[in-house]
Ligand binder design. Structure first.
Ligand code: NI
Length: 390
């Protein structure tokens, strides 16, 4: 696979950066150490501009090509935050903070984009401007949305954005992508049922929120089975059911919560409506009351057609034609790069991480072997999108 030689030369540096980030995981927007390191390194590479504090703790680096007459500006995005998980890898660079770990490989994403920035700032072999974007709070905090809302796209004149995530189970050396929806919208629901408590031996005096809640859990399954087109995709999972405290009391209330994953905007709206109707309807049937709150999470991550074709071409340059899958099934996980793709055209690609533990697993560790390939993808993407003139 044609890794860029210069990038291969400093792959060990990038591995050391990655392992340092791995030892010092930070959550959500509290990525101060990580963001500080990113900003320092970008300055040391000679980026034309480095701006901190975008979207609270995001960092943006500006790298102008040898020429800029094309006027093109392309954004490359990595995420910096870790997860609240107790690491079990046993590696010598394991997290030094019990209960926090880089279990999604954002340490690797950050290190790879830093490596690409170093190469691009050193070679500048393009006509245009590359913007490297390091975002906080991908894991549920909406850091990508914060950076967009902070005016990042306009401020740096970004015309197109690209994202990359490592994928355990996909072979090392491979890339995978698709046009259109590639990751799902992730919304949540909270259902509060109020019935009537009583002695457990006198159930006729109660309106039992546990029996009602059980029926709601079952009936919610009919949304996917009976309301959604079998060729569309949707997940409705009740993930929490809290009620009662002891054996001999029928409680007054129950609380259910769960997640809704969809790949289409209209399905997303429809499922939320059905969750509400089902919960309220079943509660009413029994003389109880259900209040339903649906909270919007990340929207669908939608890859734009022509940037996806372009990304496929770049990945094939780096990995070889056969090693790039261009029409994978979408994943029902969510990504807040979706907000950047709502703001600008672009594409999100997966890079194979090989046979590692799964994402968000306590034994997961980013595979450093793939970094030179990921960095070469970033570098070639810039050089191909904005070719330097002789
Ligand atoms: Ni991730």
């Amino acid at each position: 696979m044609p890794i860029i030689n210069r990038i291969a030369e400093f792959a060990d540096d990038v591995k050391a950066w990655r392992r340092d980030l791995h030892e010092h995981p930070e959550l959500l927007f509290d990525v101060n150490r990580t963001a500080g390191i990113v900003a320092d390194k970008l300055r040391s590479f000679g980026c034309d501009e480095v701006v901190e504090g975008i979207g609270r703790t995001g960092v943006v680096g500006v790298i102008k090509g040898r020429q800029t007459a094309s006027g093109k500006v392309i954004g490359l995005r990595a995420d910096m935050d870790a997860l609240p998980i107790l690491e079990t890898t046993g590696v010598d660079y394991a997290s030094k903070t019990p209960g926090k770990m880089h279990a999604c490989g954002h340490d690797g994403h950050t290190a790879m984009l830093l490596g690409a920035a170093r190469y691009l700032a050193e070679t500048r072999n393009f006509d245009g401007t590359a913007i490297v974007i390091f975002q906080p709070a991908e894991e549920g905090g909406g850091g990508g949305r914060e950076m967009v809302n902070d005016g990042m796209m306009e401020r740096f004149g970004i015309a197109e954005v690209f994202g990359m995530h490592n994928a355990p189970g996909l072979p090392v050396g491979a890339f995978a992508i698709r046009k259109g929806p590639i990751m799902a919208a992730a919304d949540t629901y909270d259902i509060h049922i109020t019935g009537r408590g009583s002695h457990a031996a006198m159930p006729h005096q109660a309106i039992d929120p546990i029996v009602i809640g059980s029926q709601i859990v079952q009936a919610l399954q009919t949304i996917v089975a009976r309301n959604i087109d079998p060729l569309d995709s949707c997940v409705v999972s009740t993930t929490m059911f809290r009620a009662g405290d002891t054996h001999n009391v029928i409680p007054q209330t129950a609380h259910l919560c769960g997640t809704i994953r969809t790949l289409k905007a209209d399905t997303r709206v429809y499922v939320a409506k059905r969750v509400k109707e089902i919960a309220e309807g079943i509660a009413a049937l029994h003389g109880a009351k259900a209040t339903v709150e649906i909270s919007d999470g990340y929207p669908v991550t939608v890859n734009h057609d022509s940037p996806t074709d372009f990304a496929v071409g770049v990945a094939r340059q780096v990995a070889g034609k056969e090693r790039v899958m261009d029409d994978i099934m979408p994943l029902m996980g969510a990504e807040d790069f979706s907000y950047m793709l709502e703001a600008r055209p672009g594409a999100f690609i997966f890079i194979g991480a090989g046979n590692t533990a799964g994402l968000h697993h306590p034994a997961y560790d980013f595979n450093d072997e793939i970094s030179p390939l990921g960095m070469s993808y970033w570098a070639r993407l810039v050089e191909t999108a904005m070719p330097a003139r002789a």
